[in-house]
Design a protein around this ligand. Sequence first.
Ligand code: AMP
Length: 392
Amino acid sequence: MTWKTLDDMDLAGKRVLVRVDINVPVENGRVTDATRIERIIPTIKDILAKGGTPILLAHFGRPKGKSDPAFSLRIVQPTLEAALGRSVTFVERPTRAIIDAQPQDAVILLENTRFTPMEEANDPQMAQFLASLGDVFCNDAFSAAHRAHASTEGVAHLLPSFAGRLMAEELAALEKALGKPTRPVTAIVGGAKVSTKLDLLGNLVTKVDHLIIGGGMANTFLAAQGLPVGKSLCEHDLAATALDILDKAKAAGCDVILPRDIVVAREFKAGADHIILAPDACPADGVILDAGPATVNHIASVLRESKTLVWNGPLGAFEIAPFDMATTAAAREAATLTKAGHLISVAGGGDTVAALNAAGVADDFTYVSTAGGAFLEWMEGKELPGVTALMG
Ligand code: AMP
């Protein structure tokens, strides 16, 4: 994969359309978490330093293709100004003349791209219109790159295009983890259900050396092998699919690791009484909520022999202590190995980021992607239209 970055571009005097993800959470008209805004600041500053004028394009919430003040990007303008340390010009109805009338060192923010249905329809007229506002296109929104929209994909075909700092960082990390990884490669896939991660498992068994399956989805694999799972979260109807995945893994030489011991409670509740049992010993009224210490020891030894780790999904019901034990212990082991330079660790997906933060190790991983859907589609081996369009 090759893509142009900011370093390859001459931006002096150019109007630079920049697709960003500033879809931040808002309560009572105020931004409650500015992380996404802070992460695009380096790209904006570098464009300015190169003499370009950044024109920010972004979606915000789900206005359903109609103009709606509740979803106006005006709401994020003050937070963006604070993060940049300079004023930002908000333009509700842009034309090339309005854009050209701004000073070269202006930072321009356009209104929500989803105020028209043409955005999500990837309408060529909308892409043409956006392209008419700028001279070059910079995509810095990896998290929106799995969608072929006018502002993520359409416009990239009409202007010289390149990756912003955040996009380039994300692509480089992902390429290192699954594109051309240093082997052995281990994947940890956990979370609630097999049904939401079928494509993910199907792709990984052909790419990784060890596949660790945990969380509620491990129960489906245990049950498929004829083991009792009591009242645990389990998709019994996916037994045949689970066995197919195990067969596919065997054929590809991928070592699948399922729980070697289980943590069983009688209810899904923080602090619930629990016991550690062998995987064939779950009682009829038991609920499996985590993997046990023998599993954790085995995971740690696999990680110690691995050079690359990709991780999506917790190994247990990590939100309720003490059922975060396996997730936290595996996360700490991966973090320690990463800090010591033995492991490249890439993790992503909403709950995974929350689990790594809860374990206090997110900063020690090589890369943690906050792009939920786009990260999963990449792990599934799917082409991301917004990224493909940058390959020109
Ligand atoms: P996902 O969104 O598929 O990554 O699933 C994450 C959710 O799976 C978290 O809310 C966990 O609490 C839940 N989970 C993980 N392991 C279990 C389990 N053994 N039983 C019930 N829920 C679980």
